[in-house]
Write a protein that binds this ligand. Structure first.
Ligand code: AMP
Length: 360
């Protein structure tokens, strides 16, 4: 009888301990994931909720459509985003992790994010400057030993079709093509500011979304997209004769994304490129790439994959892959989006007391 009572007491005690630890790690709410209302916020917040996090969205006042989706537990509408973010630790719950995306980076200076932003950021914020500066980005990609388009010092060096990219151009706006120096001079008449002259690679664009897990050290391929760019993706609907009559200048403004899968035998090369870029990133900043990143490439008819840009964070091209992608499903055997993969990594880091290894 006494033994039975002691056993019951012991069991109740164990159950209580188990409940309190599991509530902290895997209960209804395990922490807060916060992001800004733009870019890939639906993807990030849906994934966070699927993994049991509380979610906070910081949105520009007037952008109310997020309320319709119900993925944010709290929405903070702000008039002045940079000021709000500069006091983020006072405004956000104490257990918040911020998921950075393209819009986050554009609201604050990179030096502010590195030195003064006080809430933990998922991934390696010290790599943002390497993706934002075209020369540093070129050093990173060429240092990785992967195929990259040739860069030209000046117009007099142009010896093949080139694309001219204006520094700071948003979404490829204002880019133009040239075939030689004379063509460049004609088309660049109104151009002010700095630009990059890059070999125009003939092939199809493919954007590879990777996830480098800081916890397991493994590189995963999450998904692949191609962009829907206006007006260049409409040119095929207009005959060549009409195009020259209408004197259309191609532009590359991103307005959407399509999902893609790659010919399966090319996946070996895809992983090789991803691994090389990760290895090089470790030589650039401590910890290297952590979490999602994207390689923007052109695949040529010879099946060469030429990388022309990198994003060291989640990209909007992962948005078509809610709730899943062919590659995450193949790997995990269940539906995993990029937002959910991020939340899984944070959840695992919290449960094993390794948050510092997945945030900067
Ligand atoms: P970006 O702003 O660098 O992402 O480029 C915008 C778009 O321009 C891309 O989605 C491609 O369609 C095209 N593009 C950029 N760089 C190249 C290149 N080196 N060769 C061919 N197309 C390119």
């Amino acid at each position: 009888m006494i033994f039975k009572s002691i056993l019951t007491l012991f069991c109740t005690f164990c159950a209580k301990i188990y409940k309190s630890t599991s509530a902290r790690c895997y209960g209804d709410i395990i922490g807060t994931i916060a992001t800004l209302g733009s870019h890939s916020a639906l993807n990030i917040l849906r994934g966070a909720k699927d993994e049991g996090f509380s979610t906070v969205l910081v949105a520009p006042r007037g952008r109310t459509f997020y309320e319709r989706f119900g993925v944010a537990d709290t929405i903070r509408y702000v008039d002045d985003m940079p000021s709000f973010l500069q006091a983020a630790s006072a405004h956000l719950p104490g257990d918040s992790v911020v998921i950075p995306h393209g819009s986050f980076i554009s609201y604050l200076s990179l030096s502010y994010i590195e030195e003064s932003f006080s809430v933990p950021v998922f991934g390696n914020k010290y790599l943002f400057k390497w993706e934002s500066d075209r020369e540093m980005e070129h050093r990173w990609l060429s240092g990785a030993g992967i195929p990259v388009p040739r860069s030209f010092e000046g117009p007099s060096d142009i010896d093949r079709p080139v694309i001219i990219k204006l520094f700071g151009a948003k979404g490829g706006m204002g880019y133009f093509l040239a075939t030689d120096e004379a063509d460049f001079r004609k088309k660049s008449a109104g151009v002010t500011g700095s630009y990059q002259i890059q070999e125009y690679v003939i092939g199809v664009p493919m954007y590879f979304h990777f996830f480098q897990s800081p916890l397991s050290g493994e590189l995963e391929l999450l998904s692949i997209d191609r962009r829907y760019e206006s007006n260049v993706d409409a040119l095929g609907r207009i005959t060549g004769a009409d195009q020259s009559q209408l004197s259309i200048t191609p532009s590359y403004t991103v307005v959407g994304n399509f999902p893609v899968v790659i010919r399966e035998s090319m996946l070996e090369t895809v992983f090789d490129i991803g691994e090389r870029v990760v290895r090089e990133s470790k030589a650039l900043e401590r910890g290297g790439l952590m979490g999602p990143f994207c390689l923007e490439t052109i695949c040529t008819p010879d099946l060469e994959i030429v990388t022309f840009e990198i994003s060291a964070r989640i990209v909007a091209g992962t948005n078509p892959f809610m709730p899943s992608s062919p590659y995450t499903y193949a790997k995990h055997g269940k539906d995993i989006s990029c937002g959910r993969r991020i939340a899984m990594e944070i959840k695992e880091a919290l449960a094993t007391d390794r948050l510092a290894e997945v945030t900067t």
